[in-house]
Design a protein around this ligand. Structure first.
Ligand code: FMN
Length: 181
């Protein structure tokens, strides 16, 4: 089984979350190979090759980074062919979160899911019983808040990375369960 984590990151926060998800997948299912790719460097073959596709983005002005949207639009060809149907999808995001209400992160994650569902993929949310959920979890997936209370850039907390690791482990476990029938 193969997992692809495709993400965008300007300042490294979303990258850290991507790496934590990869670590969670590897720890939970050592037989699953994980490819980490920047969205711009993700090919359609990478997506075709993967059984599990996880998309991650920073929140930019209340929605996903354009680099993620560009990948999504490039992959429209795969929608025509129905080539991603039945694959497993998961999402994660980081955001400054100024104002304490998420700064648009939920609609950003839902937009990523909306794309997966258009492809006929099976999406995996984030159960609240998993480690890290209370600090870095949303039902959609792990979220790292990277801004401080003055609205200035800071870094994602360890709790968000814990959430990302446990989400990676969970997505891989669900994928293995489904493939075992
Ligand atoms: C152009 C731009 C727009 C942003 N807009 C938002 C926003 O609407 N909501 C939010 O919570 N954070 C926003 N942020 C903050 C980033 O989402 C946050 O710093 C994120 O963790 C950066 O991820 P990265 O380090 O992987 O690049 C914005 C940052 C940039 C550069």
């Amino acid at each position: 089984m193969k997992a692809l984590i495709a993400y965008h990151s300007d300042y490294g926060n979303t990258k850290k979350m991507a790496e934590a998800i990869a670590a969670g997948i590897r720890a939970s299912q050592p037989g699953v190979s994980v490819a980490l790719r920047l969205a711009e460097e993700t090919s359609l073959d990478d997506m075709l090759d993967a059984d599990v596709i996880v998309f991650g983005t920073p929140v930019h002005m209340g929605s996903m980074a354009w680099q993620m949207k560009q990948l999504i639009d490039r992959a429209a060809k795969l929608w025509m062919e129905g080539a991603l149907e039945g694959k497993i999808g998961g999402v994660f995001a980081t955001g400054g979160g100024f104002g304490g209400a998420g700064g648009g992160v939920e609609q950003t994650m839902i937009a990523l899911y909306s794309n997966f569902l258009e492809h006929g993929m099976v999406v995996v949310g984030f159960p609240k019983s998993l480690p890290g959920y209370a600090d870095g979890g949303l039902q959609w997936g792990p979220y790292g808040r990277s801004g401080n209370h003055e609205g200035m850039p800071d870094t994602v907390a360890d709790a968000a990375l814990t959430a990302a690791r446990s989400y990676g482990a969970y997505v891989a476990e669900v994928a293995m369960r489904l493939s075992a029938g």
